[in-house]
Design a protein around this ligand. Structure first.
Ligand code: GDP
Length: 448
């Protein structure tokens, strides 16, 4: 990691013209640019009132100039911020002037990437910056803030430290194996590995919750035409506990609605009936419904009747590992039928009415518990699927290490632990391929 030699600049906020616009400059030329704009050297971390002029000396705007000398800045480099009026045209003129003075336009995420490269943030924290900016609920924002504060990184580091300790112990046993000291049969070592496995499982569960908070849950509603799928979607969206945040768009075949339950976004998709058909257009609808199913976290299944054959026919259309809730709708048509819930091994059955709203609260509770809201969102940090994938790899390696240890293969066990450590290190960016870094930072917005 070498220090950047060029200076970047970008408009960091683009608020309404009435608001404040911020231009951020970072790199070795930032102090000289600040001096040129201010007419003298700025004081560190001091707000100067400045008149920003173009090359001809004409006023672009008046505003504040703040200098943050390295290394005490966001990027770790010399940083200068210009606060001007939020008019995008003025900000563009100011940016052009700063570029004239020796900066270049920043790429998306480049400021945060430099902060990462200069050790100001680790990778999980850098991602949390993007998550914080993009979060659409208070719960998601709080979680991103916790990741940014280093909560996720601290837990990853604690695990890594323990992995290293156990690995050194095993490696020592290899080095001293001819001295007849049987390290590997040590009960304490096995207990440590078990504790490690439990800690990893805990972190994985918390990470999965973090992903759900960030990405929300995809719920698909399936069933034959006329069973009440769109009525259910509308009833959920209109229920007072749900805030409809967006209508993501209507295609001919899949209607989507995003609702927010306790800070978790649920994207509900009402699919076209999943029957076989010869009709070209309808076949396309069925294909889309299957695509929707393939990425769903949860399916709400509405059978045409309670007949086991009707239920079974619908269930065969689901990918086997998709969680499902069977909904028996239209209870208002059957005298004496009250809302209720029954739970079998991996399936919940709910009786409700989309028309009258009876039993809808049961469904809302079920959705919330599925999202893990009941597990307490306190302490949840934001996370991404790549973090889950890394922890899953670490888990596999740890299991393989335990198996190797049981088989008396100490060297293999040590190697598996090294793999686990490597996988966890990818979360904070200790071990990360350049192309992954590129992919992560290019998804940021410009100016961050
Ligand atoms: P979809 O084709 O599965 O989306 O079904 P719709 O939501 O369009 O509903 C089909 C018909 O059933 C409409 O006339 C709805 O008003 C009616 N319907 C839906 N849910 C209920 C319910 O809970 N009770 C009653 N009585 N009618 C319902």
């Amino acid at each position: 990691m070498s220090a950047a030699t060029d200076t970047i600049a970008a408009i960091a906020t683009a608020s309404a013209p009435a608001g404040v616009g911020v231009l951020r400059i970072s790199g070795p030329r930032a102090p000289a640019i600040a001096q040129a704009l201010l007419g003298r050297a700025p004081r560190a971390r001091h707000a100067h009132y400045a008149t920003f002029r173009d090359a001809a000396g004409e006023i672009i705007d008046r505003g504040l100039l703040l200098a943050f000398p390295q290394p005490r800045s966001y990027t770790g480099e010399d940083v200068v911020e210009l606060h001007a009026h939020g008019n995008p045209m003025l900000l563009q003129a100011l940016l052009a002037r700063v570029i004239e003075l020796g900066a270049r336009a920043a790429q998306p995420g480049e400021f945060t990437q430099r902060a990462f490269l200069n050790g100001k943030l680790d990778l999980a924290q850098a991602e949390a910056v993007a998550d914080l900016i993009a979060s659409t609920s208070r719960a998601a924002a709080r979680a991103a803030q916790r990741s940014l504060d280093g909560e996720f990184s601290r837990r990853s580091h604690a695990l890594t430290a323990e992995l290293v300790r156990v690995r050194s112990w095993i490696e020592a046993s290899i080095d001293f194996s001819d001295e007849d000291i049987d390290f590997l049969d040590n009960a304490a070592l096995r207990a440590d590995l078990d504790a490690l496995r439990a800690a990893l499982a805990d972190l994985l569960a918390a990470t999965r919750r973090g992903v759900r908070l960030r990405d929300g849950l995809h719920v698909v509603i399936v069933g034959q035409p006329n069973v009440g799928k769109s009525s259910l979607l509308n009833a959920l969206a209109a229920s007072e506990r749900a805030i409809v945040t967006a209508i993501a768009g209507t295609t001919r075949d899949v209607l989507r609605e995003t609702i927010d339950l306790d800070g978790i976004a649920f994207t509900l998709a009402d699919t076209a009936g999943l029957r076989d058909t010869d009709d070209e257009v309808e076949r396309e609808g069925v294909r889309r419904a299957h695509a929707e199913l393939a990425r769903a976290d949860l399916a709400l299944v509405l059978p045409a009747s309670e007949a086991p054959a009707d239920v079974a026919a619908l269930l065969t259309t689901l990918p086997p590992d998709t969680a499902r809730i069977i909904i028996h709708n239209k209870i208002d048509l059957v005298p004496g039928l009250a809302p209720r819930r029954e739970r079998s091994a991996d399936t919940s059955h709910l009786w409700l009415s989309a028309r009258t709203g009876q039993g809808l609260d049961l469904l809302v509770a079920e959705l919330r518990s599925h999202a893990g809201a009941g597990e307490g969102s306190a302490g949840t940090f934001s996370a991404r699927t790549r973090h889950v994938a890394a922890l899953e790899r670490a888990q596999t390696a740890l299991q393989d290490a335990l198996a190797a240890l049981h088989a008396g293969q100490a060297e293999l066990a040590a190697e598996e632990l090294r793999q686990a450590q490597h996988a966890i290190g990818e979360i904070t960016g200790e071990f990360t391929a350049d192309d992954l870094l590129g992919a992560i930072f290019s998804s940021f917005c410009i100016g961050k």
